[in-house]
Design a protein. Structure first.
Length: 500
């Protein structure tokens, strides 16, 4: 492992863009002050990275916008996730997802976090009328008799060893490559979605026609799981215990209650169940609630969960101008809940400067199936997002790079002391420990003014290209009060000031 790491770091440094020095000086009271070249920079962030991912994570008491592993340092989470990173899915015959290749992509881009997707229905989905398949599933298909999808019925009393062995092995593999994973516990897209014409319920194990246990978990004739009947919760509790028994000893995991579904009472029941059951085992992990078509942010913040992920139904401003995060809980902005398909490098840097962790919903392996109705997940001529359901769509690589570059500074700075300070920079995107460190994002480049301490102090100046990651040294200067800085290259930029 260490050899592989050294080889990767060597390639990363060799492949990095050349670092310039002495090309930028601050404008202090509109007059140029002299700068001192600071020379070559190593690729920042790697020297402080840990291998593998350490934990278990908990909210950092010194700065609860971020997690800590018990060391006291703040751990910033960012990365990309994709629908098939746990179970294989697609048109039959289902292709095996290349998990090592996906993890290599994340490592290459300096990512350290993903959502670990879970699917429950054996076939079909709300976005397509084609028979796409999901493999493996949590329960064994023993029969007797056939389910509605033509395969043997499920025995809900028998868990599928292949499913849980893969869950554990893939989480261990991610951990060993420095990547934390949020394990999805339940999945609303394995049920019929309100307003969508296509229906996966005929292939759901909780459908009474698909199991040998006489269990019907449906809410009326809705095609959705009944969340409040005691017998359904008993079945769900058995699954939760099995998941926790499988992965509880891993330091690198978090839990996500459900992808875009649930309601307040049921969500809180799951959170409390996981907390209590893990409490009996002596090792506890953060449990999160995620937004869009589910519980709203206000309710999530009132809940017993440990982290939240707001959705666009909590406000479109999370896409364009996320507010300064106050740290009531660790918050993750995920493009899945904000765009579905989408995301921009500017969003990544704005979110970072406002105190959020970030995630990209990545079409690394496109979502399968011809779309039905107005669903926009797959390719369709004339639809604005039709080209985004491709791994090589132009949107993805710039965002993959940008979120990795935010982590460069998360690792380089004393992040536990850094908080959002929109009032300190003219662009309003500033993460700072006033008087000591400042990270400022310039969406349009050119220039920015930063409010420095009233007492003069010497600072090192550094610029980064927010997508390509090229670093330009700006020398040192002695600053006091409002100071203006000119960007040494065209386009958006990141300014980093560190007191010396």
């Amino acid at each position: 492992m260490e050899m592989r790491r050294r080889e990767f770091l060597k390639k990363s440094v060799k492949g990095a863009a050349a670092v310039s020095a002495g090309l930028c000086v601050p404008l202090q009271s509109r007059s140029v002050s002299s700068g001192r070249a600071t020379g070559q920079y190593e690729i920042p962030g790697w020297r402080d990275s840990r291998w593998p991912a350490t934990g278990p994570l908990r909210a950092n008491p010194a700065n609860p916008r971020y997690f800590t592993d018990g060391s006291g340092r703040a751990i910033f989470l960012t990365g990309s996730h994709t629908w098939a990173n746990f179970q294989d899915l697609g048109m039959p015959p289902v292709a095996r997802f290349d998990y090592p290749d996906y993890i290599d992509m994340m490592v290459k881009h300096n990512h350290n976090f993903m959502r670990f997707w879970h699917w429950m229905a054996a076939a079909y989905a709300p976005w397509t009328d084609e028979k796409i398949l999901f493999e493996p599933l949590p329960y064994l298909r023993t029969g007797p008799g056939l389910a509605l999808d033509g395969l043997p019925k499920f025995d809900l009393a028998k868990f599928n060893p292949e499913y849980f062995e893969r869950m554990r092995s893939r989480l261990v593999y991610a951990r060993d490559h420095g990547i934390y994973a949020a394990v999805q516990l339940f999945q609303s897209f394995s049920e019929k979605k309100k307003g969508d014409p296509c229906d996966p319920w005929p292939a759901h194990p909780y459908n009474g026609k698909n199991n040998i246990n006489g269990f019907n978990g449906e809410e009326g004739n809705s095609g959705m799981v009944s969340l409040h009947r005691p017998e359904v919760r008993q079945m769900q509790a058995a699954y939760l215990r099995k998941v926790i028994d499988t992965v509880n000893d891993l330091d690198s995991i978090l839990y996500e209650v459900m992808n875009e579904g649930g309601d307040r009472e049921w969500d809180w029941w799951v959170v409390n169940f996981v907390h209590e059951y893990e409490g009996s085992k002596g090792r506890q992990h953060p449990v999160g609630l995620t937004g869009y078509n589910s519980e709203g942010l206000k309710s999530m913040l009132e809940s017993p969960c440990d982290w939240v992920s707001p959705g666009s139904d909590d406000g479109d401003y999370f896409r364009q101008d996320p507010p300064d995060w106050d740290g009531r809980k660790v918050a993750v902005l995920d493009t899945d809940h904000l765009w579905g398909h989408g995301g921009t490098p500017s969003w990544a840097w704005k979110s970072f400067c406002r105190g959020y962790n970030t995630l990209l919903m990545d079409s690394w392996v496109p979502i399968p199936g011809h779309p039905c109705g107005e669903v926009n997940w797959a390719s369709r001529p004339g639809y604005p997002t039709r080209d985004l359901n491709r791994a090589d769509a132009w949107v993805w690589e710039p965002v993959r790079k940008a979120i990795g570059n935010t982590r460069v500074y998360a690792n380089k700075m004393n992040l536990v002391e850094m908080t959002p300070h929109s009032d300190l920079a003219s662009t309003r995107f500033c993460l700072a420990n006033p008087g000591h460190e400042y990270l400022v994002y310039l969406p349009e480049g050119y220039e920015v003014s930063v409010a420095l301490p009233a007492v003069a102090r010497t600072f090192e100046v550094e610029w980064m290209h927010p997508i390509e990651g090229e670093i330009t040294g700006g020398g040192t200067f002695r600053g006091v009060g409002k100071t203006e800085f000119l960007v040494p290259f065209p386009g958006p930029a990141v300014l980093y000031l560190r007191g010396v």
